[in-house]
Design a binder for this molecule. Structure first.
Ligand SMILES: CC(C)(COP(=O)(O)OP(=O)(O)OC[C@H]1O[C@@H](n2cnc3c(N)ncnc32)[C@H](O)[C@@H]1OP(=O)(O)O)[C@@H](O)C(=O)NCCC(=O)NCCS
Length: 217
C-alpha cells in the first residue's frame, strides 16, 4: 500500500531551518490548526490582514470554513495552478501556517506567499524565518525567478517582514476588504535581492513535488 505523500506529492514536502519546520498541512493536523486560529490571529495594532472574513467567523463556522477551504485547495491543485499549504512548528510546537502558490509556474517562474501565526507566537522572528524558508524553497528547489507577496497598507508588520527578507515594493492599489475600501501594497523579490536565513535550510519531498507541478529535470 502507498503512503499519502506517494499518492499526493504535496503532502510529502517539508522544509527545516534551525528550530523551525514547515511541513505539509494534512487532514490530521486541521483540528489542531483551526483551534490555533480560533485562539486569535489578528493583532490589535494592525488592520484586518486577510482578504476573506474567515478569521472573524464564530468558532464552529471557522472550523468548517477552514476545513472546506483546505479540501478545496488540496483537490484543485494542478500543474497550471496550485497552492502548497504548510504548517509551521517552532521547537515542535504548532504556531501557524505558510502557503506558497503559483499559476502557470513553468512559464512565469513567479510564486506568491501568504501566512499567519497564532497571536501568542507573533513578534518573535518566526514570521521572518518562515518566509525566508519558503522563498529558499521557491528559488533553490523550484527555480523561481521572483517571489511576490501583498499586504494591506495598514499591516506594517507583514510589510516589515517583506522588507527584511529583501522584497521591494512595486505597486499599491485600491481593493475591497470586507465590503469597505482598502489599499493593498505589492512586493516582489529576485534571488539576488533575497536575504537568506542565517542557518542552513533543508528540504524533503522535492523530487515528487517538482514532478507534480510538471517541472522538467
Ligand atoms: C505577519 C506575521 C506572519 C509576521 O510574523 P512575526 O513573527 O510576527 O514577524 P517577525 O517577528 O519576524 O517580524 C515582525 C517585524 O515587524 C516589526 N513590527 C512590529 N510591529 C510593528 C508596527 N506596528 N509597525 C512597523 N513594524 C512593526 C517588528 O519590530 C519586526 O521587525 P524587526 O525585526 O525589524 O524589529 C504575523 O505577525 C501574523 O501572523 N500577523 C497576522 C496575519 C498577517 O498579517 N498575515 C500576513 C497577511 S499579508
Amino acid at each position: 500500500m502507498r503512503t499519502w505523500s506517494e499518492i499526493y506529492p504535496p503532502f510529502g514536502v517539508a522544509i527545516r531551518c534551525g528550530d523551525v519546520e514547515l511541513s505539509a498541512l494534512t487532514p490530521d493536523v486541521v483540528p489542531e490548526l483551526v483551534e490555533l486560529a480560533i485562539a486569535g490571529t489578528v493583532r490589535p495594532d494592525t488592520g484586518y490582514p486577510f482578504v476573506t472574513n474567515w478569521a472573524l467567523l464564530p468558532p464552529a463556522e471557522l472550523r468548517l470554513s477552514a476545513a472546506q477551504f483546505y479540501f478545496d485547495t488540496w483537490g484543485s491543485a494542478r500543474p497550471e495552478s496550485w497552492q502548497l499549504l504548510m504548517v509551521v512548528r517552532r521547537g515542535g510546537q504548532l504556531v501557524g501556517c505558510q502557503d506558497l502558490r503559483a499559476t502557470q509556474f513553468p512559464t512565469t517562474r513567479i510564486v506568491h506567499t501568504g501566512s499567519w501565526l497564532g497571536l501568542a507566537h507573533q513578534g518573535r522572528g518566526t514570521g521572518t524565518v518562515m518566509r525566508q524558508m519558503v522563498c529558499a524553497f521557491a528559488f533553490d528547489v523550484l527555480g523561481a525567478t521572483q517571489c511576490r507577496t501583498e499586504a494591506f497598507l495598514d499591516n506594517p508588520v507583514s510589510q516589515r517582514v517583506s522588507e527584511k527578507v529583501g522584497y521591494e515594493r512595486f505597486d499599491q492599489r485600491p481593493v475591497e476588504r470586507l465590503g469597505e475600501p482598502a489599499e493593498e501594497v505589492y512586493f516582489r523579490m529576485t534571488a539576488e535581492q533575497f536575504n537568506r536565513p542565517t542557518e542552513p535550510v533543508t528540504f524533503a519531498g522535492v523530487v515528487a513535488f517538482r514532478h507534480f507541478i510538471d517541472l522538467v529535470d
